[in-house]
Design a protein. Structure first.
Length: 180
């Protein structure tokens, strides 16, 4: 059975980088598509907007308000914008801790018995030897992928260009003709 450390070492580093880069590219595409869908929803959602309100104070001190007729504009036209994101940094970190311990233990126990009797002598020696050898290996491995993304402004051409044409007559009595 391969160890955790060996499994980490068996992953080719170029493959790890490629998989992370492809994952970021897929994520970036999904983020861009979500931002485009938001832009479309903002462009399609319309609201009535009153462009101006005039407060009139009469000679007798009464106050009244007059407003222009509301116009219908999209949320995009009034300035709501989708948020776009961009990945700016990615890091791969692989770390491994290996700890090994070895211990050896030997126990020797000697016991003896001796008997002396009339013309018979006997002795017994018992020797118990025990060996213990302990070996342990602990491997911990981790790999971490970090990415950082930030909001970026929407593309310049996503917002409509606003041109003001003022056709009101000027004070001299002629036509306004384009913005004065």
């Amino acid at each position: 059975m391969p160890s955790v450390g060996q499994e980490l070492l068996d992953v080719p580093f170029p493959d790890m980088i490629l998989k992370m880069a492809l994952g970021i590219a897929d994520a970036q595409r999904a983020l861009d598509e979500a931002s485009i869908e938001t832009a479309q929803a903002l462009a399609e959602t319309e609201v009535d907007l009153v462009l101006g309100v005039t407060q009139v104070i009469a000679a007798d001190g009464t106050v009244s308000f007059e407003s222009a007729d509301p116009i219908t504009v999209s949320l995009l036209q009034i300035g709501l914008q989708p948020t776009f994101y961009q990945f700016i940094e990615s890091t791969i970190e692989v770390s491994m801790d290996i700890k090994t311990t070895t211990s050896r233990e030997t126990n020797i126990k000697v016991s003896s018995k001796a008997k002396v009797g009339f013309a018979i002598w006997s002795a017994s020696v018992r020797l118990d030897v025990k060996h213990n050898r302990k070996f342990s290996k602990e491997v911990k491995g981790t790999s971490k992928l970090f990415t950082r993304l930030v909001p970026v402004p929407p593309p310049e051409r996503i917002l409509p260009e606003v041109t003001v044409v003022d056709n009101r007559p000027t004070e001299e009595g002629g036509g306004g003709g384009g913005g004065g």
